[in-house]
Each structure stands twice: as structure tokens, then as C-alpha cells.
Design a protein around this ligand. Structure first.
Ligand code: SAM
Ligand code: DTB
Ligand code: SF4
Length: 349
């Protein structure tokens, strides 16, 4: 294990980072970022809700919980061919990872073969695959991995001591158990949380502590800013200071140096300048495409312009021995061929 990865962070240490003068915190986070990644490269994922609404859980932030009147109608699991068509579009638009989400507490046994078929076909397009389907047993995690799943997203969502204020239909330990099943199955983990739910700064640090002291740092760490949806209990929560969000990204970067830190939900309401600060603070992944699961995301033209203005490049999926990425043209699709591609990806420089 690389010596700079720590799993023994203490709350007081992370809090001390969190409260540093912002320029100092940004300098430290940016230094960690460039020691581990090319800071001009941003990984690009596209989300699709393959099973929307009607969820039995009571997550106070979520528009898909059946019990809240949010206007999201319950739908059946999408047909595989429709999912694959959307994945193909996502790839053509420049995504390297395709994440399939379902509004389930956990998948039923009959759901697994259907989702496995989707995963196998999306993977065959040359995309990285990710799924977020709720709680998983060990056997379910193995079945998904065998179908070709690369990542499983399962968020801790908030600090252990704030969880009961937000969710009552499951426990923190349930989330930790699923994450253990996912790791044991050999899947990569995508695990983060939401800020702006009325939690304290100490609780924001508590979420980062919980993530950074998992047995392995999550491979991807999505940091969501609450998207307030009318009808959910958290609608009307006081807005989070944008700099508090930047601090969250920066401390995530320092505490989990080799993880992809994803600027996730809430980006639509962020200015370009705030997003630029987040990239400076060490964010190196986004959701790309006009919709998250049920709520909006910046339109692709805005993101293309942002990448161009900031000089950012979409990260390729994975680099083969010859330096060619498996997804072929992903980095050409958003802003034109990346420097160093030299046309090997099939796009004229
Ligand atoms: N049902 C599964 C579960 O909860 O694990 C998977 C889908 S669920 C929508 C995935 C994640 O979306 C949640 O864990 C939460 O972090 C995030 N999320 C849901 N609603 C959100 C909102 N209004 N704002 C920000 N993030 C949200
Ligand atoms: C994550 O952490 N954020 C994404 C993804 N993982 C699945 C979901 C955001 C959902 C925002 C609300 C919605 O669009 O329904
Ligand atoms: Fe259901 Fe997931 Fe929404 Fe919670 S976050 S209500 S589990 S879809």
C-alpha cells in the first residue's frame, strides 16, 4: 500500500484542515492533487435512472421516495435495449463511465439477471460500468461483478451522528455492510455523501472521517450538494455557504489522495467560478449529461464551454500498454483531441 494513504485519520486532524485559511487549504489540496493526478484531467460519468421512483425508503433528501409528494412517478425497470441505446449516446457525447441507478431499498432476486444483462451490454460498448441499486448481499455483489460491473455506488450520505435525522428506514451499519460485500466481491467502490442537509461543520468532517477510515478508501468519492426538491422534508433547508462546499472537496482530496473526488449533484446551481474553485481544490470527476437521476445537471454545451475555458480534458477510461484508451474517442468528444493523443484514438489532431 502506498505510504501516503492513511486510514487512521482523526476527527480533530480533519477539522484542523477544514478550518485552515482558504488559500492555505486550497494550496495543500492542490499540491496533493497534482502529486497523484494530472490536475487538467477530469473523469466524466453519465447517469441513467433505470428504475425511477416508488422507493419504500424515507431518505429525507430524495425525490424518489414513494412517501413524499414530489411529482416523480414510479416506473418499471427499463428494457435492456433502451438502457444500451442511452449508454451509446452517453459514450458518443464523451462519457467514459455509465452509471445505472435504481430507486430500490435493495434489488429483488428477480432483478439481478435483468440488471446483469444491462451491465454486460453496456460494458461491451467499451464503457466503464457503475450501478447504484441500494443494499446488496454478498451473492448479489458477486453476480454483478461477474456480469462485468466495475463500480458500485453506495453512499454513507452523512456523518454517523446525523444519519438518524435524515433516514429512518435503515441504519448506518447497513450501508457499511453493503460496502463490505461490494469490496469482498472485488468491485471498485464509489462512496460519498451529501452536504447542505442542515448538518454542522463537525458533521461534514464526520462524513469525511467515515469515508477516509473505511478499510479501503473508496475509488470514487461523490460529494453531492443537496438538490432541494419540493415535497421532500429537506426542501427549504438553509443553503450551504459555497466556500464550505469547496472546503469539503479540499479535505476529501487531502484525506483520500488517490481517490477520484466527484463534484456530483448540485452542480447545475453552481457558478462556473465555484466549479473552477472545486477543481482547484482537487475535484477530478463530474456527472455529465443534462439529467442526474430525476433532477437537472448542467447542459452539455455549458460543460463543454467550461472545460474549454478552464483547459480541462476528459479523462480516458483506462490506458492500454500502447497508451490507447479502451473507450477510444472519449477524450476527443468533449473538447477536441487531447494533447498527446497524437491521433491514435482515431480523431484527427
Ligand atoms: N436507491 C439507492 C440508494 O439509495 O443507495 C441508489 C440510488 S440513490 C438516488 C443514490 C444517491 O443519490 C443517494 O445515496 C444520495 O447520496 C444521492 N441523492 C439522492 N437525492 C439527492 C438529492 N436531492 N440531492 C443530492 N443527492 C441526492
Ligand atoms: C451520487 O452520489 N449522486 C448521484 C449518483 N451517486 C447516483 C445521484 C444524484 C441524485 C440527485 C437527485 C436526482 O437526480 O434524483
Ligand atoms: Fe430510495 Fe435511494 Fe432515494 Fe433513499 S436515496 S429514497 S433508497 S432511491
Amino acid at each position: 500500500m502506498p505510504s501516503d494513504l492513511r486510514h487512521d485519520w482523526r476527527h480533530d486532524e480533519l477539522l484542523a484542515l477544514f478550518v485552515l485559511p482558504l488559500p492555505e487549504l486550497l494550496f495543500r489540496a492542490a499540491s496533493v492533487h497534482r502529486a497523484n493526478f494530472d490536475p487538467a484531467q477530469v473523469q466524466v460519468s453519465t447517469l441513467l435512472s433505470v428504475k425511477t421512483g416508488g422507493c419504500p425508503e424515507d431518505c429525507a433528501y430524495c425525490p424518489q421516495a414513494q412517501r413524499y409528494a414530489t411529482g416523480v412517478d414510479a416506473q418499471k425497470l427499463m428494457a435492456t435495449e433502451d438502457v444500451v441505446a442511452r449508454a451509446r449516446q452517453a459514450k458518443a457525447a464523451g462519457a467514459s463511465r455509465f452509471c445505472m441507478g435504481a430507486a430500490w431499498r435493495s434489488p429483488k432476486p428477480r432483478d439481478i439477471p435483468k440488471v446483469a444483462a444491462m451491465i454486460a451490454e453496456v460494458k461491451a460498448l467499451g464503457l466503464e460500468t457503475c450501478a447504484t441499486l441500494g443494499m446488496l448481499s454478498g451473492e448479489q455483489a458477486v453476480a454483478l461483478r461477474e456480469a462485468g460491473l466495475d463500480y458500485y455506488n453506495h453512499n454513507l450520505d452523512t456523518a454517523p451522528d446525523y444519519y438518524d435525522s435524515v433516514i429512518h428506514t435503515r441504519q448506518y451499519q447497513d450501508r457499511l455492510d453493503t460496502l463490505a460485500h461490494v469490496r469482498d466481491a472485488g468491485l471498485k467502490t464509489c462512496c460519498g455523501g451529501i452536504v447542505g442537509m442542515g448538518e454542522s461543520r463537525a458533521q461534514r468532517v464526520g462524513l469525511l472521517l467515515a469515508l477516509a477510515t473505511l478499510p479501503a478508501h473508496p475509488d470514487s468519492v461523490p460529494i453531492n450538494r443537496l438538490v432541494q426538491v419540493a415535497g421532500t422534508p429537506l426542501h427549504g433547508t438553509a443553503a450551504l455557504d459555497p466556500f464550505e462546499f469547496v472546503r469539503m472537496i479540499a479535505v476529501a482530496r487531502i484525506a483520500m489522495p488517490r481517490s477520484m473526488v466527484r463534484l456530483s449533484a448540485g452542480r447545475e446551481a453552481m457558478s462556473d467560478e465555484l466549479q473552477a474553485l472545486c477543481f482547484l481544490a482537487g475535484a477530478n470527476s463530474i456527472f455529465y449529461g443534462e439529467k442526474l437521476l430525476t433532477t437537472g445537471n448542467p447542459d452539455t454545451a455549458r460543460d463543454q464551454a467550461l472545460f474549454k475555458r478552464l483547459g480541462l480534458q476528459p479523462m480516458a477510461v483506462a490506458v492500454e500498454a500502447d497508451g490507447h484508451d479502451r473507450a477510444g474517442t472519449v477524450h476527443a468528444a468533449i473538447t477536441g483531441p487531447a494533447d498527446g493523443c497524437a491521433g491514435r484514438c482515431g480523431q484527427a489532431a
